[in-house]
Design a protein around this ligand. Structure first.
Ligand code: ZN
Length: 339
């Protein structure tokens, strides 16, 4: 696959204006080579007319929020071209870096006494975590260039003393975008694009429950591929799991409601990843998911209660999900009453 606005070159010189541009080649390489047969699988989907080899990489310096209240999140067109926006990618990196730092420096480190690999005091980089989170969330509705003072993916751009977390965040970001690209390709592979085109040619609408089923199917297709990647390279398991959770959790911060007519609930999608890749509830991946919920609760003023003793991060996620269920119940009731 190749990126941008239109040339079929295997791995072109990175395009774009934001620091994430330096990860473009790495991102495409990871996507195509996650396991040996995946390139053949992509070729089959392309040959069957379900997908294009070109990824449209839009690098306009604008916020994620576009016109008519729609966010510039990734999507696949009816003719099979995956479209991604660079500002959304910066947002994914910011939410990967920040949640990793907050988890290590504020939750996991103090809880276990485990020293982060950077060799400095626990908490040393916590403020960076919060500052990068704030910048990432800012990009949702406004745009400004990545501040020079903040850690970012480009070692030539950022020369601060935190290189440990940016390097790890780069891996998580690449895994997050891989999951997102697989989800979009999954729509082509599962025949959703043809179904959409047929319905449109007949002037019919696809009912929302069918769109939702398609989203679940595309997630399952993507998860299956990234799991095959883990079987091929087991050392990447935590990065792949963190990436898939990051790719999904980013959606949490973009929507007012947790429920939607056309998309499965984000917490259910995250749960599916945790159950396939998180294994036992003791694993850190559950703690990472919990950290996303804590950050989301603060950012959205959802007021979730985190004051609970727990033995494993999985138990903590269960405690959070019970509260999310209550919020979703109220949303459904409100929708039923007023729609
Ligand atoms: Zn989708």
């Amino acid at each position: 696959m190749s990126t941008k606005r239109s040339h079929v070159v295997q791995h072109p010189v990175p395009i774009g204006n934001q620091p994430v541009r330096v990860l473009e080649t790495q991102m495409l390489k990871w996507f195509e080579s996650k396991f040996p047969d995946f390139k053949c699988e992509i070729a089959k989907i392309v040959n069957a007319g379900g997908a294009s080899r070109i990824i449209d990489y839009n690098c306009d310096e604008v916020p994620i929020l576009g016109t008519a209240g729609r966010y510039r999140t990734p999507y696949i067109t009816e003719d099979g071209k995956i479209c991604i926006h660079e500002t959304f990618l910066s947002y994914v990196w910011a939410l990967s870096y920040s949640i990793m730092v907050i988890f290590d420096e504020e939750f996991h480190g103090p809880r276990t006494g485990q020293q982060p690999g950077h060799g400095k005091e626990i908490g040393e980089f916590l403020q960076f975590g919060y500052d990068v989170l704030e910048y990432g969330l800012y990009l949702r509705r406004s745009y400004k260039r990545w501040p020079n003072s903040l850690p970012n993916p480009d070692p030539n751009w950022y020369r601060g003393d935190d290189t440990y977390y940016p390097q790890r965040a780069n891996g998580i970001y690449v895994a997050a975008v891989d999951f997102i690209l697989c989800h979009e390709l999954g729509h082509a592979a599962c025949g959703h694009l043809k179904k959409d085109a047929e319905a449109r040619s007949k002037g019919k609408f696809i009912p929302s429950y069918e769109i939702k089923e398609g989203e679940i199917e595309a997630d399952a297709w993507a998860l299956e591929r990234v799991i095959r990647g883990v079987k091929h390279s087991p050392e990447n398991k935590e990065t792949v799991g963190f990436g898939a959770i990051a790719g999904l959790a980013c959606l949490l911060f973009l929507r007012k409601d947790l429920t939607s007519r056309t998309h499965p609930d984000t917490d259910s999608r995250i749960r599916a990843v945790l159950e396939r890749l998180g294994e036992e509830k003791i694993k850190n991946l559950w703690g990472i998911a919990a950290t996303y919920y804590v950050a989301w609760s603060h950012a959205s003023s959802a007021g979730l209660d985190f004051g609970v003793e727990f033995d494993t991060y999985g138990d903590f996620v269960d405690h959070i999900e019970r509260q999310l269920s209550e919020i979703k119940f109220c949303e459904e009731k409100r929708r039923f009453t007023f729609d």
